[in-house]
Every structure is written in C-alpha cells, then in structure tokens.
Design a binder for this molecule. Structure first.
Ligand code: MSP
Length: 621
C-alpha cells in the first residue's frame, strides 16, 4: 500500500464535543499514525458539518449570523483535538468555498445525468431530524415533533442504484465492516429503496448550499455533508491529490450514521461515476451506565475533565483498549482508574522504572554487554521481535484492541522474565549475566513502546528517550552494544482509588482541587433576566415559582427564596440566571434554571443590577 486516506464524520458544529466524538477522532488519529509509522503516505481528515436548521436557529437565538455562529463554535473542537494530540492533516468546514463549489458542481452533474427530478411529496416530516420519515418510523415513538408536510422538492434517484449497490456489497467483503453491520445494510436494501429528497425550499431553510439549477432551494444537509470526503482532496480527475487518495481507505463512523454512509453516499458516488470507498467501518457507542450519551439525557462525559487531571495519552489508551471495535462499551471513571493502574502504572510504568533503576543502581546508568542468550532470554526476544508486525497486521484488520492486548502481554512477559531472572540477585555473583538480562529486557521494552507509539505518542516518546532510543528502529538488536538510561519521574504515577472515591463522595475539595478550566466555566450560561411574575408554591414554606424574561424567551425557575423576599418586591428586579441547567421538577413544578444569590448569615440576597447598560438575555462573561 502506497497511499492511505482515513476520515472521521464531520461533527455537527452546534454540538459540544464529548467523549463519543473524541473517540472516533482519536481512533482515526491512532490508525493514521500507525500507517505513517510504517512510512505509508497517509492523510487524515476531520471537520465540521455547519449547515442546517439547527445552526440557523441557534444563530437567530444568539442574534448573530449563522456564519458568525459557526466561527464561534469551531475553536471548541480544534482546542479539544489539540489537547488530545490529534494530528489531522486537514480540517474541513462545509461553509468553506472549496467545499460549496464542489457540492454545486456535483449537484449539477447529477442533475445533468437525469438522476435528479422535481416532484411534489406529501409525508410525515420530523422537525428535529429535518427530514421526511416513514410511517413506521413515526410509529416508533422516537420522533416527537412530526408534522404532515406537502411540498415540492428535488429528489435523487437512489433507487436506480439499488441493485448495483447490493452487488458491490456482496462482492467486496471489506466494504462495510464489521460483518454484522454489512448484514444490517443488506437487510435494509432487501426492501425497495425510496428516492432521496435532497432539497429544502428557502422559505423553510436559508442556511444551506443553493441548488445550482434552482435558486429557491438549498440542498439537504446530508447531500452536502457527505461530499466533504472528496471536496477536501479537491474532487477532480485532473487533481493529483484526488487521484492519489481517492477512493478513501477508511470512512470511520459511529453506527448511528450507517445508512447515510452505506446507502446514500455510495449511490451518490455511483451517479457521478466515482469509485466507492474501500471500507466504511462503523464502531459502537460509548455508553454511560448502559445508555448512549446525549445532550438531552444529560449523561455526557466531557473528556477534558480527565485530560486535565491525568494526561491525554492515558485517555487515548483507555478508549482504544476498552472498546472492542464495533461493539458498545461502558465508560466510567472507575473503569478508567482500574485500567490505568493495572496496565499503565503497574505493568508498563513499573517495568520502565524497574529496568532503569537497576541499571542506575548497579551499572551507573550504562550497560555495554550483549543480550541474554539463555532459553528464557531467547523467548523474550522472539516474542517482542514479532510485536510490531503483529500490531501492523491487527491495524490492517481493524483489530486495534487486539494489537494493544498483544503489546501489553509482551510487557507482562518481560516483567515475568525479570522476576524469574532476578538480576538484583545475579549482580552478586555474575555482573555480566545481570547486565545481559537487563539489556534484553530494555530491548524488549523498547520495541513494545514502539508498538504503542500511535496510541500514546507523548508517553512512548518519553519512555524511548529515557531508554536512550531515538532511532524508531523496529528490529531487534538496537541495544546490542549497550545503552545509557536517563533518570526520570514515574511515567504513570499510580492513582489512589480510595482517595478518588472519597473525594467524589464527599465533594469536599481543597481550594486547589476546586480550580476549573476556562472551558468548564464557559459552559455555564449566565444571563441577565427580569422577574415578571412570582407565585407562591402551595404546601411549601420556601419556594416561589418565578417567571423571568430573558430577552427572546421566558424562563421558569422554582427557587427557595420565599422567606427572604415578599412576592411583590421581586417583580421587576433585574437578576442573573443560569439558563443551561438540566431541567428538574420541584414540588411537581418544572424548573429550568437557577438564579444567583449570596448568603449573609442565614439571609439570602439576590444578585441584582440596576445598570442601564444591561440588555435582557445578554450572556454574562
Ligand atoms: N454531521 C453528521 C455526520 C456527517 S458525516 C458526513 C453527524 N454528526 S454528529 O456530531 O452527530 O457526530 C456523530 C458521530 O459522533 C458518530 O457517528 C460517532 O462517530 C461520534 N459519536 C457521537 N456520540 C457517540 C458515542 N456516544 N459513542 C461513540 N461515538 C459517538 O452525525
């Protein structure tokens, strides 16, 4: 293989990136690094999906243009990718010129082919999904915001390619992976395929790419978004980059977007006469206590919390090791701590410290003799010599967790070898033998670290540096003539889980523990509000139901301030409210936010303002 091209989905710009988005992007980064490590000319693309109704609505809500809204959201993704040490080669935004011009070019081409037609359609439309849904989907109860819609639109003749697609899937076993996802798609294709509605009238949606053949319509977000995979590499047969990297080797996706990638996208490509991607790989979901993480459920885990406390490599390792590619996995801090302590602190970190401390203590940091030629020494040599080729093979088969498993087993074997050879005892009788055991262990560890370098680039580079290897040579024998090790801090300091548990239980924090990142602070939406109506809640001697004006809308808050304020004194006050708190029911009444107050002894005082410079609904920074 000369060239390699891997992509992630382009994420909705409106989303706050969480561990699920981070997972796909880390996975793509790890795979891309492994191919680059093999000196294969690789590119890795990620980016953002920026058109559609939700973006338009969010912009209106914030009183800015959709483009300004998108621009303000981009850093959240880019900063997270930097923190996770993601080395993408290209970051595409669907609002970029290089993308929109190609989408238009393709729409025109498909239209000229006769694969796009205009028709009136009446059906059930999901507002949140921004698409027509089937009767069956409507009955599923998943969609809460369905309306009947009769509209003239443009349709893509997806059905014309149904048979060709089925044939392609059957003849190319690697096209959709894993196998059970392939069967799911084939099952879907068993029934007649409907044509795809690919337009939205501008009367309903403006924030999209205008159809080149009808200025009253914009294109459907999926038709727009999928094209990013070819627009980013300059779709055109005269473009060298495009010829080199298309078809992509792997489109990585979550199982939630299987149909769009395995049915819409291939039929679009067939219509414009392009080869299909070699593999579409759908991974499972990271769950929190068996439920999919989602903003509306409120069980989203923010990866930044863990990176701030530990380091990005430990998180990358955990995510890559604990998900069997394709299946769902549960994420919890406890699982993370256990994995960290057993694999990273105990097995890998301790092995490195043990080898370097012994070399330091008995050999002044330097070894010069050859390897251990005993049968035990040879077993370690044989096992670790194979670890890199095994890793590469696993990556080719998309069995990343198996590759990591094998590297960790190799590290366990080196630990056992040292344990059985006891070089700390050997030094009393045979310094040369002790030295060769340590040299053999260091060489085996060096190769194991190289096999994990795509997963943990920073930590493994540090480990290699401590061992004195900057060659990235994957063959056995680099330390044959000796080595010099460096003194170092523990690479993966053990986590005291009992402290963590108590810490989480009591929520008592030292002032320094209580520091939060700017990112965390900026997640809190504080707004200027004016109290419009206050009602005392029956059977409660503390609670008021407060309706406050926050500019374009009102917010209802249940608050325990009735002992501190008379009803009538509150109306008209300018206060500060938290508007993005998860809603809850208090005394059976929905509360959607919180108002800010300070305590003086037992008295509560609302934070109020009489300033004329404040505008209702204005965000507070
Ligand atoms: N914009 C579309 C994709 C267009 S691609 C041409 C979209 N965006 S998304 O922001 O919703 O991202 C979905 C992707 O995020 C999933 O396919 C998956 O890669 C990742 N994940 C989001 N939540 C996830 C989990 N809980 N677990 C694992 N990955 C998930 O769909």
């Amino acid at each position: 293989m000369k060239n390699f091209y891997i992509t992630t989905p382009i994420y909705y710009v409106n989303d706050r990136p969480h561990i699920g988005h981070a997972y796909t992007t880390i996975l793509a980064d790890v795979i891309s690094r492994q191919y680059k490590f093999q000196k294969i000319n690789s590119i890795f693309l990620t980016g953002l999906d920026e058109h559609g109704q939700k973006v338009e609505q969010a912009a209106i809500k914030n009183n800015i243009s959709p483009k300004e809204h998108c621009d303000s959201m981009v850093p959240r993704f880019k900063e997270l990718w930097d923190k996770l040490n993601i080395k993408y080669d290209d970051f595409i935004r669907t609002t970029e010129n290089r993308h929109t011009t190609i989408v238009k070019k393709i729409l025109q081409k498909v239209y000229d082919n006769g694969d796009i037609y205009f028709d009136e359609y009446e059906g059930l439309y999901s507002i949140s999904e921004e698409r027509f849904i089937t009767e069956k989907e409507a009955e599923s109860g998943i969609f809460k915001d369905i309306k009947k819609l009769k509209e003239k639109n443009y349709f893509f003749k997806m059905s014309a390619y149904q048979q060709e697609l089925i044939e392609h899937i059957k003849q190319n076993p690697d096209f959709i992976m894993p196998d059970y996802r392939k069967n799911e798609v084939l099952g879907f294709l068993n029934k007649p395929l409907n044509d795809l509605c690919i337009s939205r009238p501008k009367s309903r949606l403006k924030w999209g790419i205008e159809l080149p053949f009808d200025k009253n319509y914009v294109t459907y977000v999926w038709f727009d978004a999928l094209i990013n995979y070819i627009s980013s590499i300059g779709y055109s047969n005269s473009n060298e980059k495009f010829r080199k990297f298309w078809p992509a080797n792997i489109h990585l996706i979550g199982k939630d977007i299987l149909t769009t990638h395995c049915v819409y996208w291939p039929t679009m490509l067939m219509s414009i006469g392009l080869d299909l991607p070699k593999t579409i790989f759908a991974h499972g979901w990271w769950l929190n206590k068996d439920s999919k993480m989602s903003k509306s459920v409120g069980n989203v885990i923010n990866p930044l919390d863990l990176i701030d406390e530990f380091d990005e490599d430990s998180l990358r390792f955990f995510l890559m090791r604990d998900m069997k590619l394709g299946q769902d996995s549960n994420f919890s801090e406890e699982l993370f701590f256990t994995r960290y302590n057993s694999d990273l602190a105990n097995d890998l970190g301790n092995l490195l410290s043990r080898i370097t401390n012994l070399i330091d203590k008995f050999f002044e940091g330097k070894l010069s003799s050859g390897f251990d030629k005993s049968s035990r020494g040879r077993i370690v040599q044989v096992e670790s010599s194979k670890v890199i080729s095994f890793t590469n093979e696993c990556f080719r088969k998309m069995k990343i967790n198996e590759a990591i498993d094998n590297s960790m087993n190799c590290i366990k074997s080196i630990n056992k070898y040292i344990e059985s050879m006891a070089p700390w005892k050997l030094v009393k009788t045979d310094m040369t033998a002790a030295s060769s055991v340590l040299l053999t262990s260091a060489e085996a560890l060096r190769i194991s670290c190289l096999s994990l370098i795509a997963v943990m680039p920073n930590k493994m580079n540090q480990a290699l540096n401590i061992l004195g290897d900057n060659s990235f040579n994957c063959d056995w024998g680099f330390f044959e003539n000796g080595l010099t090790v460096k003194k170092h801090e523990p690479l993966f300091p053990r986590i005291d889980v009992s402290i963590k548990k108590n810490h989480n239980k009591s929520h008592k924090m030292n002032p320094s523990d209580n520091i939060i990142s700017y990112e965390k602070f900026s997640n809190i939406e504080l707004k200027v509000a004016q109290i419009k109506q206050v009602v005392k809640i029956d059977n409660s001697d503390k609670l008021y139901k407060i309706i406050a004006d926050i500019g374009k809308s009102k917010i209802q808050i249940v608050s325990g301030i009735s002992k501190h304020y008379n009803l009538e004194d509150l109306v008209g006050k300018n206060i500060i409210v938290v508007t993005n708190l998860k809603g809850s029911k208090i005394f059976g009444i929905q509360s959607e936010g919180m108002l800010l107050a300070a305590k003086k002894g037992k008295k509560l005082s609302l934070i109020t303002s009489n300033s004329d410079d404040l505008v209702l609904g204005e965000k507070i920074y």
